[in-house]
Design a binder for this molecule. Structure first.
Ligand code: GLC
Length: 535
């Protein structure tokens, strides 16, 4: 039997924005537990939770100050345990986001490390007498001066997110204890944050620049793969656990090094997921290159939105048909799918005209740097909105009243008038809605083993139509995704059966299928069927 995660569809929950259970304006475990039936009905089988540990939340929880607790905004340990138990009861597995690369500057380990040059934990972090030229991924220098001990510490992200020194074996032991703690609580695996950052260059060479800094020596360094193998071996001592790594790269040659036997189970394929426009050619190129690079030894992931990216519906022109087409790709092409909360109802990006409302550290820093460079307030705001990840972090649109429940959170998204039905409540009983489409799609995926684990019989693109066949011993599924604004003809044999389309409910008899503009069509064929694109 294949591993459970190969057959599962995942759903990312951004902790503060999903569901507020206690009326304080912040999402929490009680809220998520109350929506488990919704998620079960939607048809997902795994949840990825963004960090829920105690944190000052400079970077919304990616700055952890206690790895073995629950942030009080999200509830108590008992709330977490109840949530996990209720999820498991419904056959939903849960993976936790774990930040191994850095801790909050408020973490006791760092407070101790900072207290004196001779403290035994001094070497748990990266201290130097002089900075080099490395820049933080949020902008500015990556080194912060500490006047008390007259040295600089390294932070790849905000200065409140201090990089641990993974060259020190004590750090590794401490983090293995953290993983053990959560594994013994019954967590089903981890999403490992910026995992390719664990090692930095041992002589701290300056990074080259080419207009902008090229991050050559501060990630993907020698030794990182062996640490990852140790992490994987440690976690996989516990049966049936899953590891997905965030390797922040669009370069397939880099990505593919991190997953496979003895390494991470999968990594996020940004080469596919962060595609900027609705562009069949670029998408196909990456799907095909990934298939070639991975073969049957590795499994890719499929996602198009996250808490770090804009929502794909907005990126692709705010058109529902296009969003449905991309959902079909995500749930029928080869890979482990990760749906971002709210995408199933077509939630859109949010931008602000008021910098005071911006919450994301990356956006706020972009604003500050722009002003320092002499940009006007308006120009700085444009740059800040571009960088800010608040765009995709707005409260889940359960119903129009849900806005009130999130008074402390990000404001309710301004919904364009032509956006149609934008809440779960609106869409729940509407068979034409995005939500209903996602449900049908997830159900279909669950019922067809070839969509979960089947190989490609082929994967092709012609005239902006991507089409492929997934096949296992049991069946053959044909998927055609017409990205073009023109129809495309497909010859698929007379014995094919329509499983799902975003544009029709029945298939006219005959060999040729006229795949409409932006139509996604899923067909079931018999083994041995030929499939030809009609020119
Ligand atoms: C990852 C997270 C992102 C965070 C960063 C630093 O990229 O997804 O949200 O800001 O790591 O921890």
């Amino acid at each position: 039997m294949d591993k459970w995660w190969k057959r599962s569809s995942f759903y990312e929950i951004y902790m503060p924005s999903f569901k507020d259970g206690n009326g304080d304006g912040i999402g929490d475990f009680a809220g998520i537990t109350s929506k488990l039936d919704y998620l079960k009905e939607l048809g997902i089988e795994g949840i990825w939770l963004t960090p829920f540990y105690p944190s000052p939340k400079v970077d919304n929880g990616y700055d952890i100050s206690d790895y073995n607790g629950i942030d009080q905004d999200y509830g108590t340990m008992a709330d977490f345990e109840l949530f996990l138990q209720e999820a498991h009861k419904r056959g939903i597995r849960v993976i936790a986001d774990l930040v191994l690369n850095h801790t909050s500057s408020e973490h006791p380990w760092f407070q101790e490390s900072k207290s004196s040059k001779n403290h035994p934990k001094r070497d748990w972090y990266i201290w130097r007498d002089e900075p080099n030229n490395w820049e933080s991924f949020f902008g500015g220098t990556a080194w912060e001066y500490d006047a008390e001990t007259n040295q600089y510490y390294y932070h790849a992200f905000a200065k409140e997110q201090v990089d641990l020194n993974w060259a020190n074996p004590e750090v590794k032991c401490a983090m293995f204890d953290v993983m053990k703690f959560w594994l013994e609580k019954g967590i089903d695996g981890f999403r490992l944050d910026v995992i390719n950052f664990l090692k930095v260059h041992d002589r701290f060479e300056d990074n080259p620049t080419d207009g902008e800094q090229i991050h050559l020596y501060d990630k993907d360094q020698e030794g990182v793969l062996s640490v990852i193998s140790e992490i994987a071996a440690f976690v996989h001592q516990y049966p049936d656990k899953f590891l997905v790594g965030e390797v922040g790269s669009e370069d397939l040659d880099i990505l593919k090094q991190y997953s496979g036997l003895g390494k991470l189970d999968v990594v996020f394929n940004f080469n596919i997921g962060s595609i900027g426009e609705f562009d069949a050619g670029k998408l196909f190129e990456q799907l095909a290159a990934t298939e070639q690079a991975y073969g049957s030894a590795q499994m890719p992931t499929l996602f198009f939105s996250s808490h770090d990216m804009s929502r794909y519906i907005s990126r692709f022109g705010n058109e529902e048909d296009r969003a449905k087409l991309v959902a079909v790709l995500m749930l029928t092409a080869k890979g482990v799918p990760f749906i971002y909360y709210g995408d199933e109802i077509g939630m859109r990006d949010w931008v602000t005209d008021d910098i005071a409302k911006m919450k994301d550290v990356q956006g706020i820093m972009a604003y500050k740097f722009a002003l320092e460079e002499g940009k006007s307030h308006d120009e700085a705001l444009v740059m800040a909105n571009k960088k800010s990840r608040d765009k995709s972090r707005t409260p889940m649109q359960w119903n129009l009243d849900a806005q009130a429940g999130f008074s402390e959170g990000l404001p309710w998204i301004t919904v364009p008038e032509d956006a149609g039905k934008v809440t779960v409540e609106d869409q729940l009983n509407d068979p034409e809605s995005m939500l209903s489409f996602y449900k049908s799609l997830l159900k279909l995926r669950k019922e067809h083993s070839s969509l979960q684990v089947g190989d490609y019989e082929f994967l092709r693109m012609e005239e902006d139509m991507i089409y492929f066949v997934r096949k296992d011993q049991v069946e053959k599924i044909i998927v055609a995704l017409n990205f073009s604004d023109q129809p495309n003809l497909l010859e698929a044999g007379t014995d094919v059966r329509l499983l799902l389309s975003n544009k029709r409910t029945r298939l006219d008899r005959g060999n040729e299928i006229n795949v409409l503009a932006n139509e996604a069509i899923i067909l079931k064929g018999e083994i041995g069927n030929d499939l030809v694109k009609k020119g």
